[in-house]
Design a protein around this ligand. Structure first.
Ligand code: KIV
Ligand code: ZN
Length: 535
């Protein structure tokens, strides 16, 4: 990607689908990744890192689908310095109008000695060969010296210089383990500029992890030191404590533009919706007090604050909720609305639904509208995402009966459709109605899943609000000693038992799919010894 003409324009490189997807328990399938990528394009990010294609056939397919179908942003695929990784990344992104290969190798001695078990010279050689190989395919090549903030700055500068000499157009400096501090990071980047002046001809990027809660502060320090690309993830998801949160860095630059003088191309009104979509599909809830997108980010509890805001919003608000799209709760449809009105309302939300998908959405909409007088934009969003899950889930919930009483142990019977279309029935007596349903699903599917987390939220306010449930569970691995595999799922309904049952069935399907993917990756690893797990 060429450097933007405007020296104050900051490129937003979204890694929700790559680093974000590496968060424990997240397993998005191709359709879900595509849905998120399409929303990221609406959000106006500059680059979407769609995945790490060598890691599994599923990852490859998802990156390829995104490259073929998502218009606007550059689509990047991650690759180690190995030829096979770079070939896989290229094959996955090559159909994008603007493809990028992002290759990386560690420059810290800790990684070089203990993980790579090689020498600094070898790292230089690998970086050179990787960028040169990627460059044969595409002009837009990004190089990252992994764990740079714990590495010798002189050596890192040497490796970056090699990457630039071979044609890398973006140099990304990762704080891989979230170790650095803002002033230290800025000084590190300034030193890199001195040691490798050619960096000024490339785009300097930063990629900060949040282990000490400094990812956004460090990214901001990087921008002030001259970086013009930030790698970040929606809701700050990512490896361990996560990546810099996209919405926080974007709104920081937006809100303080007059002081800082930097801007992004993000359509801020799409932020809240993107956050909800990512939370729903990943099963990762957003903490209520999370900056910018938390439920309470614009709520005022103290009387003094409420009084101030009623008199003049800016007394206690530095941002307007509408700027991040938090006003999308107007009533859009009622129970007499027809299919066309539904299609129109969905289209206004940026969701183009037709054919069978529209029929299914309409059926669900009518069921909900019968129980709930007013169906809001947020309800529709939740419903459509729920339907999307329905189509891709391996198992599907057909029906359930549950008897709940304080005088007898609750008993549940469920009907679950298997991936081959067979109806499986199971029953169980549990500690409570939810427990009974979940165990009855285990009995029906024959999968001994163990519940780890169960949450219930309301999509909107009010007694008739849709309930949204999240389930995280684990199933045993395929081999006897294998680690358990975790799966997450969500469900939406006006009945929380039904929402819970849907979420459980989806989490179970996701865990099984993850187990299959892990077994495939293990088989691939046995055939290709260089294939190691994601960074
Ligand atoms: O954290 C990290 O170092 C990474 C690199 C692959 C950029 O994710
Ligand atoms: Zn990372």
């Amino acid at each position: 990607m060429v450097k933007p003409e405007d020296p104050n324009r900051v490129l937003i490189f979204d890694t929700t689908l790559r680093d974000g997807e590496q968060s424990p328990g997240i397993s998005l399938n191709t359709q879900e990744k595509l849905e998120i990528a399409q929303q990221l394009a609406r959000l106006g990010v500059d680059v979407i890192e769609a995945g790490f294609p060598i890691t599994s056939p599923g990852d490859f397919e998802a990156v390829q689908e995104i490259a073929r179908n998502v218009e606007g942003p550059v689509i990047a695929g991650l690759a180690r310095t190995h030829v096979a990784d770079i070939d896989a990344a290229w094959n996955a992104v090559k159909d994008a109008p603007r493809p990028r290969i992002h290759t990386f190798i560690s420059t810290s001695d800790i990684h070089i000695e203990h993980q790579l078990q090689t020498t600094r010279d070898d790292v230089k050689g690998q970086a050179r060969a990787a960028v040169a190989h990627a460059k044969q395919y595409v002009d837009d090549v990004e190089f990252s010296p992994m764990d740079a903030t714990r590495a010798d700055v002189e050596f890192t500068a040497e490796v970056c210089q090699i990457a630039i000499d071979e044609g890398a157009t973006t140099i990304n400096i990762p704080d891989t383990v979230g170790y650095t501090m803002p002033l230290e990071f800025a000084a590190y980047l300034e030193r890199l500029y001195e040691l490798a002046p050619a960096l000024r001809g490339a785009v300097l990027s930063v990629h900060c992890h949040d282990d000490l809660g400094l990812a956004v502060a460090n990214s901001f320090a990087g921008l002030q030191a001259g970086a013009r690309q930030v790698e970040c993830a929606v809701n700050g998801i990512g490896e361990r404590a996560g990546n810099a949160s996209l919405e926080e860095i974007v709104m920081l630059l937006h809100t303080r533009e007059s002081a800082v003088g930097l801007r992004t191309g993000v359509v801020t009104r799409e932020i809240a919706r993107t956050s909800r979509l990512v939370s729903r599909l990943t099963g990762y809830p957003v903490q209520p007090n999370k900056a910018v997108v938390g439920r309470n980010a614009f709520a005022h509890e103290s009387g003094i604050h409420q009084d101030g805001v009623l008199k003049e919003r800016t007394t206690y608000e530095i941002m307007d909720a509408t700027t991040v799209g938090l006003d999308a709760n107007s009533i859009v449809l009622g129970k007499h609305s027809g299919r066309h009105a539904l299609q129109q309302a969905l289209s206004e939300l940026g969701l183009e639904v037709s054919g069978q998908a529209l029929n299914t959405a309409f059926k669900r909409f009518k069921e909900i509208a019968d129980k709930k007088k007013q169906v809001t934009a947020m309800d529709l969003e939740a419903l459509v995402t729920d339907e999307l899950r329905e189509e891709i889930a391996g198992y599907q919930l057909d029906w359930f009966d549950v008897e709940a009483s304080t005088r007898r142990p609750p008993h549940a019977r469920v009907g679950v459709r298997s991936p081959d279309g067979e109806e499986l029935v199971g029953s169980f007596t549990g500690d409570g109605p939810v427990d009974a349903i979940f165990r009855a699903i285990n009995a029906a599917t024959g999968v001994d899943a163990r519940l780890r987390e169960f949450r219930v939220d309301a999509v909107t306010a009010g007694q008739d609000a849709l309930g949204e449930t999240s389930v995280v569970l684990e199933v045993g691995g395929t081999a006897p000693q294998a680690e358990p595999v975790v799966g997450a799922g969500q469900g939406v309904s006006t009945d929380i038992l039904e929402a819970g049952a849907r979420a459980y069935v989806r989490a179970l399907s996701n865990a099984i799919r993850r187990r299959t993917v892990a077994a495939e990756a293990e088989a691939a690893m046995a055939a290709e010894p260089e294939a190691v797990p994601a960074p």
